[in-house]
Ligand binder design. Sequence first.
Ligand SMILES: [Zn+2]
Length: 617
Amino acid sequence: MTKSFFTFFTALLSIGLFAQGNTNYWQQHVDYTMAVDMDVDNFQYTGKQTLVYTNNSPDELKRVYFHLFFNAFQPGSEMDIRLQNIADPDGRMTTADKKSRIATLTESEMGYLHATSLTQDGNQVSFSEEGTVLVVDLAKPIPAGAKSTFNMEFKGQVPLQIRRSGRNSEEGVALSMSQWYPKLAEYDFEGWHADPYIAREFQGVWGDFDVKLTIDKDYTVGGTGYLQNADEIGHGYETPGTKIKKQKGKTLTWHFKAPMVHDFMWAADPDYIHDIQQVPNGPILHFLYKDDPKILENWKKLQPKTIEAMEFFSKNIGKYPYDQYSVIQGGDGGMEYAMSTLITGNRKFGSLVGVMAHELAHSWFQHILATNESKHEWMDEGFTSFISKLCMTEIMDSDKENPFEGTYKGYRNLALSGKEQPQTTHADRYALNFAYGISAYSKGSIFLSQLGYIIGQDKLMETIRTYYDEFKFKHPVPNDVKRVAEKISGIELDWYLTDWTQTTNTIDYGIKEVSAVETNTKVTLERIGLMPMPLDILVVYNDGSRETFYAPLQMMRGEKENPYEGVERTVIKDWPWAYPTYDFEISKPMTSIQAIVIDPSQLMADVNLENNVWQAE
Ligand SMILES: [Zn+2]
């Protein structure tokens, strides 16, 4: 009964609303030109970086910061120490007996990234390393609106694969090069974000990248950016039919350009297979994966699914703004990067499609909207999880009526565990990885699916498209998505944003009592949890007929449309939150009622479902 009522996201029509607003937003801008030499024998590299920095902030800057992520992979780093002290360490980063893998890295296995010289507009500047952050005191301050050019030389060593990036992954990928170059920290309207690399998540400055990579000529390279010298390089990038001239020497220099990205990843391996697909009216897709008989069939079948996923997200979120996307075997699970992803490849087909869909969806939330993931991780991981679940339901022909069932279950587990921390917690500051994971992914995903319950599914999808359109390339914050939803729905949602994301208040409504009042039936509902919610109440009669009642929350100052097409709905009086109980009458005798159910869609994250149902004896 409950499930047959689950009407799911019917209206996916695209409507463009809202002109650009938010003139108070500004973003810094970076243009990187880098030349890097990679030694594939000792995994060391040197690089030169010219960085033209545009200070779009209203402030004069006396300091800047660069991330030196590879320094995290050294014994005694903050990442290592945190790993040794957290109660539930990430299994990828620990040995079978739960010891830190970083702690045992030798000199030649650890990672490092050091600036060896640095000038600002031709003048030497003083710089010092604080773990994974380079602190730079400027030779002269950068005034608001001005540009300044940094020239840096750097050297690095690629660590053994511990987390995300590294050499010689478990599946045998030689180089997974993410978080590998000195990367300017973002300064935005919330201030500096020079977060040390402890566990997770990133925030970057958009700009244009021009990267020349010199590497052993047997290696095939993929990643962020368009290859500029494809016909010289070959490796499957050449124009079909082009004969590649044999290069003298042991190396090739690959030249990539990437416009308006806030990160640059590359991966390289001598045994990559390289396939190319064209999304109709969309980008070109590159697939790079090991020539390993165990995985070949799945990686071929993955390719049309990636086309479908790209089309799904472009339709439901907004147009993908680049001409290329690459799915590359590498890393240690799945991680999103600009115009690309690194995923592990030895998976069952469903899992392979699932990880591709999730990482591809990040292109919209992590790279183009680019919420600060350290501070608002739920807006990135959660929204990505939400939309990729919908995508999977469509492209894998899932017959699950509620694709979010497991998501809600996970959230209830956390909410009832006593280990929950509010979603405002910095991604590194959760006491447990378990609490971070559920809070960011599951509770973040429910923020949207439950928003659909509150404002209606078509309004939710319109909210997502409008949010993307209005805030792409702006680093939006939680209030932004709330305001878009308010404007689209006409429903006030401050209570939703504050309770759901800034507290650990839970939702628990129940049917307290059902009684006969002459020829009518009186229903008494109760609010047990602190978090407010509007209620959909379904009544099922003995003859099989059904009707619904809708009790809006008074502080919403608005109502959603009837979500159950073809079922009569009565809007009953508002429920002012502070009242613990609420009565309404059904104008039918109690003896005619078979059951009463609060929220048959189960999109409201009520932590106790048992008291949501009343059944006639
Ligand atoms: Zn993710």
